[in-house]
Design a protein around this ligand. Structure first.
Ligand SMILES: [Zn+2]
Length: 584
Protein backbone atom coordinates (compact mmCIF):
# COMPACT_ATOMS: atom_id res chain seq x y z
CA UNK A 1 0.00 0.00 0.00
CA UNK A 2 1.37 3.42 -0.84
CA UNK A 3 1.49 5.88 2.00
CA UNK A 4 -0.91 8.16 0.13
CA UNK A 5 -3.65 5.57 0.60
CA UNK A 6 -2.95 4.94 4.29
CA UNK A 7 -5.90 6.83 5.73
CA UNK A 8 -4.81 6.57 9.35
CA UNK A 9 -1.38 7.93 8.47
CA UNK A 10 -2.86 10.80 6.52
CA UNK A 11 -4.96 11.77 9.54
CA UNK A 12 -1.92 11.55 11.78
CA UNK A 13 0.04 13.87 9.49
CA UNK A 14 -2.91 16.24 9.16
CA UNK A 15 -3.33 16.47 12.92
CA UNK A 16 0.37 17.10 13.50
CA UNK A 17 0.47 19.71 10.72
CA UNK A 18 -2.58 21.54 12.03
CA UNK A 19 -1.29 21.64 15.58
CA UNK A 20 2.10 22.77 14.36
CA UNK A 21 0.48 25.45 12.24
CA UNK A 22 -1.53 26.74 15.19
CA UNK A 23 1.67 27.03 17.15
CA UNK A 24 3.33 29.02 14.39
CA UNK A 25 0.75 31.61 13.52
CA UNK A 26 -0.96 29.48 10.90
CA UNK A 27 2.09 28.18 9.06
CA UNK A 28 3.12 24.60 9.74
CA UNK A 29 6.79 23.78 9.32
CA UNK A 30 7.24 20.53 7.41
CA UNK A 31 10.67 19.95 8.91
CA UNK A 32 9.28 19.69 12.42
CA UNK A 33 6.80 16.95 11.53
CA UNK A 34 9.03 14.17 10.21
CA UNK A 35 10.45 13.16 13.58
CA UNK A 36 7.09 13.37 15.24
CA UNK A 37 5.43 11.04 12.70
CA UNK A 38 8.27 8.52 12.70
CA UNK A 39 8.18 8.63 16.49
CA UNK A 40 4.66 7.25 16.34
CA UNK A 41 5.09 4.99 13.32
CA UNK A 42 8.57 3.47 13.58
CA UNK A 43 8.04 1.27 10.53
CA UNK A 44 8.05 4.35 8.29
CA UNK A 45 11.74 4.94 8.92
CA UNK A 46 12.54 3.08 5.73
CA UNK A 47 10.04 5.12 3.72
CA UNK A 48 11.33 8.53 4.73
CA UNK A 49 11.32 9.87 1.20
CA UNK A 50 7.76 8.95 0.49
CA UNK A 51 6.66 10.15 3.92
CA UNK A 52 8.36 13.49 3.36
CA UNK A 53 6.40 13.89 0.12
CA UNK A 54 3.15 13.22 1.93
CA UNK A 55 4.05 15.63 4.71
CA UNK A 56 4.84 18.50 2.37
CA UNK A 57 1.60 17.90 0.49
CA UNK A 58 -0.45 18.00 3.69
CA UNK A 59 1.50 21.00 5.01
CA UNK A 60 0.73 22.89 1.81
CA UNK A 61 -2.95 22.16 2.22
CA UNK A 62 -2.92 23.18 5.86
CA UNK A 63 -0.98 26.36 5.22
CA UNK A 64 -3.46 27.48 2.61
CA UNK A 65 -6.16 27.58 5.29
CA UNK A 66 -6.75 30.55 7.53
CA UNK A 67 -5.90 30.18 11.19
CA UNK A 68 -9.61 30.20 11.96
CA UNK A 69 -10.23 27.31 9.59
CA UNK A 70 -7.30 25.38 11.02
CA UNK A 71 -8.68 25.86 14.50
CA UNK A 72 -12.16 24.81 13.44
CA UNK A 73 -10.91 21.52 11.95
CA UNK A 74 -8.91 20.66 15.06
CA UNK A 75 -11.82 21.59 17.30
CA UNK A 76 -14.05 19.31 15.31
CA UNK A 77 -11.76 16.34 14.93
CA UNK A 78 -9.44 16.44 17.91
CA UNK A 79 -10.92 18.70 20.57
CA UNK A 80 -8.78 17.08 23.28
CA UNK A 81 -5.60 17.96 21.39
CA UNK A 82 -6.54 21.61 21.29
CA UNK A 83 -7.11 21.62 25.02
CA UNK A 84 -3.64 20.23 25.56
CA UNK A 85 -2.07 22.71 23.17
CA UNK A 86 -3.98 25.48 24.87
CA UNK A 87 -2.41 24.68 28.19
CA UNK A 88 1.05 24.85 26.67
CA UNK A 89 0.15 27.85 24.62
CA UNK A 90 -1.61 29.79 27.31
CA UNK A 91 0.90 32.55 27.24
CA UNK A 92 1.22 32.88 23.49
CA UNK A 93 -0.24 35.68 21.49
CA UNK A 94 -3.49 34.97 19.68
CA UNK A 95 -3.14 34.69 15.89
CA UNK A 96 -3.33 37.84 13.79
CA UNK A 97 -6.45 38.21 11.68
CA UNK A 98 -6.01 37.27 8.02
CA UNK A 99 -2.25 36.94 8.29
CA UNK A 100 -2.30 34.38 5.50
CA UNK A 101 -3.80 36.86 3.06
CA UNK A 102 -0.57 38.80 2.93
CA UNK A 103 2.75 37.81 1.45
CA UNK A 104 4.51 39.13 4.51
CA UNK A 105 3.19 40.51 7.78
CA UNK A 106 4.37 44.09 8.29
CA UNK A 107 3.84 45.97 11.56
CA UNK A 108 5.05 49.33 12.74
CA UNK A 109 5.75 51.39 15.79
CA UNK A 110 5.37 55.09 15.18
CA UNK A 111 6.42 57.40 18.01
CA UNK A 112 6.62 61.16 17.96
CA UNK A 113 10.21 61.93 19.00
CA UNK A 114 9.10 64.67 21.40
CA UNK A 115 9.99 62.66 24.51
CA UNK A 116 11.86 59.52 25.48
CA UNK A 117 9.87 56.30 25.52
CA UNK A 118 8.30 54.96 28.66
CA UNK A 119 6.37 51.97 29.87
CA UNK A 120 3.23 53.39 28.26
CA UNK A 121 4.71 52.61 24.83
CA UNK A 122 5.71 49.08 25.74
CA UNK A 123 2.53 47.51 24.49
CA UNK A 124 2.62 49.10 21.03
CA UNK A 125 6.29 48.26 20.59
CA UNK A 126 6.33 44.75 21.94
CA UNK A 127 3.11 43.50 20.35
CA UNK A 128 4.05 44.93 16.95
CA UNK A 129 7.54 43.51 17.15
CA UNK A 130 6.50 40.13 18.54
CA UNK A 131 3.88 39.63 15.86
CA UNK A 132 6.33 40.55 13.11
CA UNK A 133 8.76 38.01 14.52
CA UNK A 134 6.09 35.36 15.03
CA UNK A 135 5.10 35.58 11.36
CA UNK A 136 8.64 36.11 10.09
CA UNK A 137 7.51 39.52 8.91
CA UNK A 138 8.88 43.02 9.12
CA UNK A 139 8.78 45.53 11.95
CA UNK A 140 9.05 49.19 10.99
CA UNK A 141 10.01 52.20 13.06
CA UNK A 142 8.41 55.38 11.82
CA UNK A 143 9.12 58.72 13.43
CA UNK A 144 5.96 60.79 13.29
CA UNK A 145 7.49 64.22 13.55
CA UNK A 146 5.18 66.46 11.53
CA UNK A 147 4.19 68.90 14.26
CA UNK A 148 7.03 71.39 14.74
CA UNK A 149 4.80 73.66 16.80
CA UNK A 150 2.73 71.97 19.50
CA UNK A 151 4.31 68.52 19.70
CA UNK A 152 7.70 69.66 18.58
CA UNK A 153 10.17 66.84 17.99
CA UNK A 154 13.62 67.08 19.57
CA UNK A 155 16.73 65.77 17.83
CA UNK A 156 18.15 63.84 20.77
CA UNK A 157 15.00 61.74 21.08
CA UNK A 158 15.37 60.11 17.67
CA UNK A 159 18.51 58.43 18.93
CA UNK A 160 17.19 57.76 22.39
CA UNK A 161 14.19 55.99 20.89
CA UNK A 162 16.44 53.87 18.69
CA UNK A 163 18.50 52.99 21.78
CA UNK A 164 15.41 52.10 23.78
CA UNK A 165 14.17 49.78 21.02
CA UNK A 166 17.55 48.09 20.82
CA UNK A 167 17.56 47.62 24.58
CA UNK A 168 14.07 46.13 24.47
CA UNK A 169 15.27 43.71 21.80
CA UNK A 170 12.86 45.27 19.31
CA UNK A 171 15.18 46.71 16.71
CA UNK A 172 13.39 47.85 13.58
CA UNK A 173 13.94 46.16 10.23
CA UNK A 174 13.34 49.46 8.47
CA UNK A 175 13.16 53.04 9.61
CA UNK A 176 11.31 56.05 8.20
CA UNK A 177 11.10 59.68 9.24
CA UNK A 178 7.99 61.54 8.22
CA UNK A 179 9.69 64.92 8.01
CA UNK A 180 11.67 63.43 5.09
CA UNK A 181 8.47 62.55 3.29
CA UNK A 182 6.56 65.81 2.89
CA UNK A 183 6.73 65.74 -0.94
CA UNK A 184 4.99 62.34 -0.80
CA UNK A 185 2.12 63.68 1.31
CA UNK A 186 1.84 66.68 -1.04
CA UNK A 187 1.59 64.35 -4.01
CA UNK A 188 -1.38 62.46 -2.54
CA UNK A 189 -2.99 65.66 -1.33
CA UNK A 190 -2.90 66.99 -4.86
CA UNK A 191 -4.47 63.82 -6.13
CA UNK A 192 -7.25 64.02 -3.55
CA UNK A 193 -7.88 67.66 -4.49
CA UNK A 194 -7.74 66.98 -8.22
CA UNK A 195 -10.24 64.16 -7.92
CA UNK A 196 -12.60 66.21 -5.80
CA UNK A 197 -12.08 64.16 -2.65
CA UNK A 198 -10.53 66.93 -0.61
CA UNK A 199 -10.72 70.70 -0.50
CA UNK A 200 -8.86 73.69 0.85
CA UNK A 201 -11.03 75.22 3.52
CA UNK A 202 -10.57 78.89 4.36
CA UNK A 203 -13.29 79.00 6.97
CA UNK A 204 -12.58 80.05 10.51
CA UNK A 205 -12.41 76.89 12.65
CA UNK A 206 -15.33 77.99 14.82
CA UNK A 207 -17.50 78.72 11.80
CA UNK A 208 -16.58 75.40 10.23
CA UNK A 209 -17.34 73.56 13.44
CA UNK A 210 -20.83 75.00 13.64
CA UNK A 211 -21.51 74.02 10.04
CA UNK A 212 -20.36 70.43 10.46
CA UNK A 213 -22.24 70.05 13.74
CA UNK A 214 -25.39 70.82 11.79
CA UNK A 215 -24.25 68.48 9.01
CA UNK A 216 -23.86 71.29 6.50
CA UNK A 217 -21.12 71.84 3.96
CA UNK A 218 -19.03 74.98 4.15
CA UNK A 219 -18.67 77.19 1.08
CA UNK A 220 -15.30 75.68 0.19
CA UNK A 221 -16.47 72.11 -0.04
CA UNK A 222 -18.03 72.26 -3.46
CA UNK A 223 -15.58 74.54 -5.21
CA UNK A 224 -14.29 73.05 -8.46
CA UNK A 225 -11.04 71.14 -8.29
CA UNK A 226 -9.23 73.86 -10.22
CA UNK A 227 -10.07 76.42 -7.53
CA UNK A 228 -8.93 74.02 -4.82
CA UNK A 229 -5.68 73.32 -6.60
CA UNK A 230 -5.16 77.07 -6.93
CA UNK A 231 -5.73 77.50 -3.19
CA UNK A 232 -3.38 74.58 -2.55
CA UNK A 233 -0.66 76.24 -4.62
CA UNK A 234 -1.12 79.40 -2.57
CA UNK A 235 -0.83 77.37 0.63
CA UNK A 236 2.50 76.00 -0.53
CA UNK A 237 3.71 79.40 -1.66
CA UNK A 238 3.08 80.96 1.70
CA UNK A 239 0.10 83.19 0.84
CA UNK A 240 -1.81 82.07 3.90
CA UNK A 241 -0.86 82.68 7.49
CA UNK A 242 -1.25 80.01 10.15
CA UNK A 243 -4.88 79.03 10.60
CA UNK A 244 -6.07 80.67 7.40
CA UNK A 245 -6.32 77.53 5.30
CA UNK A 246 -6.52 73.82 5.90
CA UNK A 247 -6.89 70.85 3.57
CA UNK A 248 -9.87 68.71 4.46
CA UNK A 249 -10.62 65.17 3.31
CA UNK A 250 -14.22 64.68 2.31
CA UNK A 251 -16.16 62.19 4.37
CA UNK A 252 -19.85 61.85 5.06
CA UNK A 253 -21.35 65.01 6.54
CA UNK A 254 -24.04 62.81 8.03
CA UNK A 255 -21.58 60.60 9.83
CA UNK A 256 -22.90 60.11 13.38
CA UNK A 257 -19.55 61.16 14.83
CA UNK A 258 -18.97 64.86 14.07
CA UNK A 259 -15.24 64.33 14.59
CA UNK A 260 -15.19 62.19 11.47
CA UNK A 261 -16.86 64.77 9.23
CA UNK A 262 -14.40 66.28 6.72
CA UNK A 263 -11.36 65.92 8.91
CA UNK A 264 -8.33 68.21 8.54
CA UNK A 265 -5.42 66.63 6.68
CA UNK A 266 -2.83 69.40 6.31
CA UNK A 267 -2.37 72.81 7.89
CA UNK A 268 0.05 75.70 7.88
CA UNK A 269 2.75 76.12 10.47
CA UNK A 270 4.93 79.20 10.47
CA UNK A 271 8.27 77.45 10.52
CA UNK A 272 10.14 80.76 10.55
CA UNK A 273 8.77 81.03 14.05
CA UNK A 274 8.70 77.30 14.79
CA UNK A 275 11.51 75.71 12.79
CA UNK A 276 11.54 71.94 12.56
CA UNK A 277 14.64 70.43 14.22
CA UNK A 278 15.46 68.40 11.11
CA UNK A 279 14.21 70.38 8.13
CA UNK A 280 14.12 73.88 9.60
CA UNK A 281 11.89 76.28 7.72
CA UNK A 282 11.85 74.34 4.46
CA UNK A 283 8.11 73.56 4.66
CA UNK A 284 5.12 75.58 5.79
CA UNK A 285 2.41 73.03 5.04
CA UNK A 286 2.42 70.10 7.41
CA UNK A 287 0.30 66.93 7.35
CA UNK A 288 -1.77 66.08 10.40
CA UNK A 289 -1.73 62.65 11.97
CA UNK A 290 -4.34 60.87 9.86
CA UNK A 291 -2.97 62.11 6.57
CA UNK A 292 0.64 61.20 7.27
CA UNK A 293 0.01 57.92 9.08
CA UNK A 294 -2.69 56.88 6.62
CA UNK A 295 -0.57 57.47 3.52
CA UNK A 296 2.46 55.86 5.14
CA UNK A 297 0.72 52.71 6.32
CA UNK A 298 -0.34 52.05 2.74
CA UNK A 299 2.91 52.99 1.03
CA UNK A 300 5.03 51.09 3.55
CA UNK A 301 2.96 47.96 3.09
CA UNK A 302 1.84 47.80 6.71
CA UNK A 303 -0.51 44.81 6.91
CA UNK A 304 -1.42 44.92 10.59
CA UNK A 305 -1.80 48.11 12.57
CA UNK A 306 -1.63 47.28 16.27
CA UNK A 307 -2.54 50.21 18.48
CA UNK A 308 -4.69 51.44 21.35
CA UNK A 309 -8.43 51.62 20.95
CA UNK A 310 -8.30 55.41 21.28
CA UNK A 311 -7.38 55.21 17.58
CA UNK A 312 -10.67 53.64 16.51
CA UNK A 313 -12.01 56.96 15.22
CA UNK A 314 -8.81 57.53 13.31
CA UNK A 315 -9.41 54.31 11.46
CA UNK A 316 -12.88 55.52 10.50
CA UNK A 317 -11.42 58.82 9.28
CA UNK A 318 -8.63 57.20 7.32
CA UNK A 319 -10.91 54.68 5.68
CA UNK A 320 -12.52 57.55 3.75
CA UNK A 321 -9.14 58.58 2.40
CA UNK A 322 -8.28 54.97 1.56
CA UNK A 323 -11.52 54.69 -0.38
CA UNK A 324 -10.80 57.90 -2.28
CA UNK A 325 -7.38 56.61 -3.24
CA UNK A 326 -8.58 53.11 -4.06
CA UNK A 327 -6.55 51.50 -1.31
CA UNK A 328 -7.39 48.66 1.06
CA UNK A 329 -7.19 49.51 4.73
CA UNK A 330 -4.79 47.27 6.71
CA UNK A 331 -6.00 44.90 9.39
CA UNK A 332 -6.33 46.88 12.59
CA UNK A 333 -6.07 45.53 16.11
CA UNK A 334 -7.11 47.95 18.80
CA UNK A 335 -6.10 46.93 22.29
CA UNK A 336 -7.48 48.37 25.52
CA UNK A 337 -5.81 50.81 27.81
CA UNK A 338 -2.98 49.46 29.92
CA UNK A 339 -2.69 51.34 33.16
CA UNK A 340 0.19 50.85 35.51
CA UNK A 341 -0.74 52.17 38.89
CA UNK A 342 1.84 54.45 40.37
CA UNK A 343 3.77 54.81 37.11
CA UNK A 344 4.28 58.35 36.02
CA UNK A 345 3.49 58.42 32.31
CA UNK A 346 2.69 61.96 31.28
CA UNK A 347 5.11 62.87 28.50
CA UNK A 348 4.64 66.59 28.82
CA UNK A 349 5.12 66.50 32.59
CA UNK A 350 8.25 64.41 32.22
CA UNK A 351 9.69 66.89 29.72
CA UNK A 352 8.71 69.82 31.90
CA UNK A 353 10.17 68.22 35.04
CA UNK A 354 13.46 67.60 33.29
CA UNK A 355 13.58 71.17 31.98
CA UNK A 356 12.92 72.57 35.43
CA UNK A 357 15.47 70.31 37.07
CA UNK A 358 12.94 68.38 39.15
CA UNK A 359 14.47 65.14 37.83
CA UNK A 360 18.11 64.23 37.56
CA UNK A 361 17.66 63.13 33.93
CA UNK A 362 15.69 60.83 31.64
CA UNK A 363 16.80 57.94 33.78
CA UNK A 364 15.67 59.43 37.10
CA UNK A 365 14.41 56.42 39.11
CA UNK A 366 11.08 58.16 39.79
CA UNK A 367 10.21 57.99 36.09
CA UNK A 368 8.83 55.00 34.20
CA UNK A 369 11.03 55.72 31.19
CA UNK A 370 12.87 52.77 29.69
CA UNK A 371 16.09 54.58 30.54
CA UNK A 372 15.11 54.64 34.22
CA UNK A 373 13.97 51.02 34.22
CA UNK A 374 17.24 50.00 32.59
CA UNK A 375 19.19 51.89 35.24
CA UNK A 376 17.31 50.09 37.99
CA UNK A 377 17.95 46.62 36.62
CA UNK A 378 14.49 45.95 35.24
CA UNK A 379 15.14 43.56 32.37
CA UNK A 380 13.62 43.96 28.91
CA UNK A 381 12.56 40.31 29.08
CA UNK A 382 10.40 41.01 32.12
CA UNK A 383 8.66 43.86 30.32
CA UNK A 384 8.21 41.72 27.23
CA UNK A 385 6.82 38.78 29.14
CA UNK A 386 4.34 40.96 30.98
CA UNK A 387 3.11 42.58 27.77
CA UNK A 388 2.81 39.29 25.89
CA UNK A 389 0.88 37.80 28.80
CA UNK A 390 -1.57 40.70 28.68
CA UNK A 391 -1.76 40.34 24.90
CA UNK A 392 -3.79 42.53 22.55
CA UNK A 393 -7.15 42.20 24.31
CA UNK A 394 -9.57 45.09 24.01
CA UNK A 395 -10.54 45.22 27.68
CA UNK A 396 -8.67 47.75 29.80
CA UNK A 397 -6.00 46.24 32.00
CA UNK A 398 -4.55 47.63 35.17
CA UNK A 399 -1.18 46.40 36.32
CA UNK A 400 1.00 47.53 39.15
CA UNK A 401 4.71 47.91 39.65
CA UNK A 402 4.48 44.75 41.73
CA UNK A 403 3.32 42.82 38.63
CA UNK A 404 6.38 43.97 36.71
CA UNK A 405 8.64 43.24 39.67
CA UNK A 406 7.30 39.70 39.90
CA UNK A 407 8.26 39.06 36.27
CA UNK A 408 11.64 40.64 36.82
CA UNK A 409 12.31 38.75 40.04
CA UNK A 410 11.80 35.45 38.22
CA UNK A 411 14.51 36.44 35.78
CA UNK A 412 16.94 38.00 38.26
CA UNK A 413 16.67 35.52 41.10
CA UNK A 414 18.48 32.60 39.46
CA UNK A 415 21.20 34.76 37.95
CA UNK A 416 22.03 37.30 40.65
CA UNK A 417 24.83 36.80 43.13
CA UNK A 418 24.15 37.57 46.77
CA UNK A 419 26.04 40.05 48.91
CA UNK A 420 25.60 41.87 52.19
CA UNK A 421 24.74 45.54 52.35
CA UNK A 422 24.44 47.17 55.74
CA UNK A 423 22.26 50.22 55.64
CA UNK A 424 23.01 52.83 58.32
CA UNK A 425 25.68 50.70 59.99
CA UNK A 426 25.80 50.11 63.74
CA UNK A 427 28.67 48.40 65.53
CA UNK A 428 28.07 44.97 67.01
CA UNK A 429 30.64 43.86 69.59
CA UNK A 430 30.64 40.12 70.28
CA UNK A 431 32.56 38.86 73.32
CA UNK A 432 33.82 35.38 74.19
CA UNK A 433 34.28 34.25 70.62
CA UNK A 434 36.16 30.99 71.34
CA UNK A 435 38.25 30.65 68.17
CA UNK A 436 38.95 31.87 64.66
CA UNK A 437 35.91 31.38 62.39
CA UNK A 438 36.04 31.12 58.66
CA UNK A 439 32.73 32.12 57.09
CA UNK A 440 32.00 30.72 53.66
CA UNK A 441 29.03 32.55 52.18
CA UNK A 442 27.59 31.17 48.94
CA UNK A 443 27.19 33.67 46.12
CA UNK A 444 23.92 31.91 45.38
CA UNK A 445 22.10 29.70 47.90
CA UNK A 446 21.03 27.17 45.25
CA UNK A 447 24.11 27.30 43.08
CA UNK A 448 27.28 26.40 44.98
CA UNK A 449 29.11 26.22 41.66
CA UNK A 450 29.01 30.02 41.49
CA UNK A 451 31.46 30.17 44.39
CA UNK A 452 31.69 31.85 47.77
CA UNK A 453 32.70 34.99 49.59
CA UNK A 454 35.01 34.15 52.45
CA UNK A 455 35.71 36.11 55.61
CA UNK A 456 37.89 35.21 58.57
CA UNK A 457 36.66 36.34 61.97
CA UNK A 458 39.63 36.54 64.36
CA UNK A 459 38.71 37.47 67.96
CA UNK A 460 41.01 39.81 69.85
CA UNK A 461 42.84 37.95 72.59
CA UNK A 462 41.33 39.72 75.59
CA UNK A 463 37.75 38.58 76.12
CA UNK A 464 37.76 37.13 72.59
CA UNK A 465 36.11 40.19 71.07
CA UNK A 466 35.02 40.33 67.42
CA UNK A 467 33.46 43.44 65.91
CA UNK A 468 30.89 43.58 63.11
CA UNK A 469 28.70 46.05 61.30
CA UNK A 470 24.99 45.40 61.32
CA UNK A 471 22.06 47.38 59.93
CA UNK A 472 20.39 49.95 62.14
CA UNK A 473 17.00 48.32 61.70
CA UNK A 474 18.42 45.02 63.04
CA UNK A 475 20.08 46.82 65.93
CA UNK A 476 16.81 48.59 66.74
CA UNK A 477 14.96 45.27 66.76
CA UNK A 478 17.49 43.53 69.00
CA UNK A 479 16.27 42.59 72.50
CA UNK A 480 18.53 42.04 75.47
CA UNK A 481 18.72 38.37 76.39
CA UNK A 482 17.55 37.13 73.00
CA UNK A 483 19.65 35.12 70.59
CA UNK A 484 20.25 36.22 67.03
CA UNK A 485 22.18 34.44 64.32
CA UNK A 486 24.80 36.08 62.16
CA UNK A 487 23.98 34.33 58.88
CA UNK A 488 26.31 31.44 58.02
CA UNK A 489 28.51 32.27 61.02
CA UNK A 490 27.35 31.81 64.61
CA UNK A 491 24.72 32.72 67.17
CA UNK A 492 25.07 35.49 69.72
CA UNK A 493 23.12 36.56 72.77
CA UNK A 494 22.32 40.27 73.02
CA UNK A 495 23.63 41.92 76.18
CA UNK A 496 22.98 45.59 75.63
CA UNK A 497 21.54 47.87 72.96
CA UNK A 498 22.82 51.45 72.84
CA UNK A 499 22.22 54.32 70.45
CA UNK A 500 25.25 53.58 68.29
CA UNK A 501 26.35 50.09 69.29
CA UNK A 502 25.11 46.70 70.36
CA UNK A 503 26.94 44.31 72.67
CA UNK A 504 26.53 40.57 72.65
CA UNK A 505 28.32 37.41 73.60
CA UNK A 506 29.00 34.28 71.65
CA UNK A 507 26.21 31.71 72.19
CA UNK A 508 26.81 28.75 69.85
CA UNK A 509 27.76 27.91 66.31
CA UNK A 510 25.19 25.44 65.01
CA UNK A 511 22.32 26.64 62.88
CA UNK A 512 20.05 24.19 64.68
CA UNK A 513 20.55 26.07 67.92
CA UNK A 514 19.36 29.26 66.25
CA UNK A 515 16.36 27.47 64.86
CA UNK A 516 15.46 26.07 68.27
CA UNK A 517 15.80 29.49 69.84
CA UNK A 518 13.73 30.96 66.97
CA UNK A 519 16.59 33.37 66.48
CA UNK A 520 16.37 36.04 63.83
CA UNK A 521 18.93 35.66 61.04
CA UNK A 522 20.73 38.88 60.26
CA UNK A 523 23.46 39.84 57.84
CA UNK A 524 26.72 41.35 58.92
CA UNK A 525 30.08 42.64 57.76
CA UNK A 526 33.27 42.13 59.81
CA UNK A 527 34.84 45.42 60.81
CA UNK A 528 37.63 46.11 58.32
CA UNK A 529 35.82 44.36 55.46
CA UNK A 530 33.46 47.24 54.71
CA UNK A 531 33.27 49.14 51.46
CA UNK A 532 31.30 52.39 51.14
CA UNK A 533 28.08 51.94 49.24
CA UNK A 534 24.96 53.91 48.44
CA UNK A 535 21.73 52.64 46.96
CA UNK A 536 19.47 55.04 45.08
CA UNK A 537 15.88 54.08 45.79
CA UNK A 538 12.88 54.34 43.39
CA UNK A 539 11.80 57.57 45.09
CA UNK A 540 15.31 58.96 44.47
CA UNK A 541 16.16 58.81 48.18
CA UNK A 542 19.73 57.68 48.76
CA UNK A 543 20.30 54.84 51.17
CA UNK A 544 23.82 55.23 52.59
CA UNK A 545 25.63 52.27 54.03
CA UNK A 546 28.41 49.80 53.56
CA UNK A 547 28.77 46.73 51.41
CA UNK A 548 31.00 43.78 52.12
CA UNK A 549 34.48 44.06 50.60
CA UNK A 550 33.79 41.35 48.01
CA UNK A 551 31.66 43.96 46.25
CA UNK A 552 34.78 45.93 45.31
CA UNK A 553 35.23 43.78 42.23
CA UNK A 554 31.68 44.15 40.89
CA UNK A 555 31.50 45.66 37.45
CA UNK A 556 29.01 48.34 36.61
CA UNK A 557 25.79 47.06 35.07
CA UNK A 558 25.86 43.87 37.16
CA UNK A 559 22.61 43.08 38.94
CA UNK A 560 23.03 41.55 42.38
CA UNK A 561 20.87 40.87 45.38
CA UNK A 562 21.71 42.52 48.64
CA UNK A 563 20.35 39.93 51.02
CA UNK A 564 17.37 40.96 53.09
CA UNK A 565 17.33 44.21 51.12
CA UNK A 566 16.58 43.65 47.46
CA UNK A 567 17.88 43.45 43.92
CA UNK A 568 20.07 46.32 42.82
CA UNK A 569 21.97 47.21 39.67
CA UNK A 570 25.55 48.35 40.10
CA UNK A 571 25.81 51.69 38.38
CA UNK A 572 29.25 52.96 39.34
CA UNK A 573 31.98 51.27 41.30
CA UNK A 574 35.21 53.09 42.10
CA UNK A 575 36.04 54.41 45.55
CA UNK A 576 32.41 53.86 46.41
CA UNK A 577 29.76 51.58 45.05
CA UNK A 578 26.63 53.27 43.70
CA UNK A 579 23.71 51.00 42.98
CA UNK A 580 20.08 51.52 41.93
CA UNK A 581 17.32 49.64 43.66
CA UNK A 582 15.14 47.42 41.47
CA UNK A 583 12.77 45.79 43.93
CA UNK A 584 12.68 43.35 46.84
ZN1 LIG B 1 -14.54 76.04 4.39
Amino acid sequence: MTLEKDKALRELVLKAALLNALQHGGKAQAGALMGRIIGERQELKTKAKELSGLISKVVNEVNSLSVEEQKRIVEEKWPEALKKEKLEEEKRLPPLPNADKYKQVVTRFSPNPNCVLHLGSARAIILSHEYARLYKGKFLLRFEDTDPKVKKPVLEFYDRIREDLAWLGCKADEEYIQSDRLPIYYEYTERLLREGNAYVCECQPEKFRKKTLSRKACDCRDLPATRNLERWRRMLEGDYAEGEAVVRVKTDLDHPNPAVRDWPALRIIDTEKYPHPRVGSKYRVWPLYNMAAGVDDHLMGVTHVIRGKEHLTNQVRQEYMYKHLGWKYPEAIHYGRLKITGAFLSKSKIVQGIREGAYTGWDDPRLATFAALRKRGITPDAIKKMIVDVGPKTADVTLSWENLYAYNRKILDPQSDRYFFVSESIELKVKHVPKVFKAKLPLHPEKPERGFREYTVTPKREEGVAIFWIAKRDADAAEVGKVIRLMELFNVRIESVNADSVEASFASQAYDEARKAKAKLIHWIPKGEEFPCQVVMPDAAVNEGIAESACKKLKSDTVIQFERFGFVRVDKNDAKLTAYFAHK
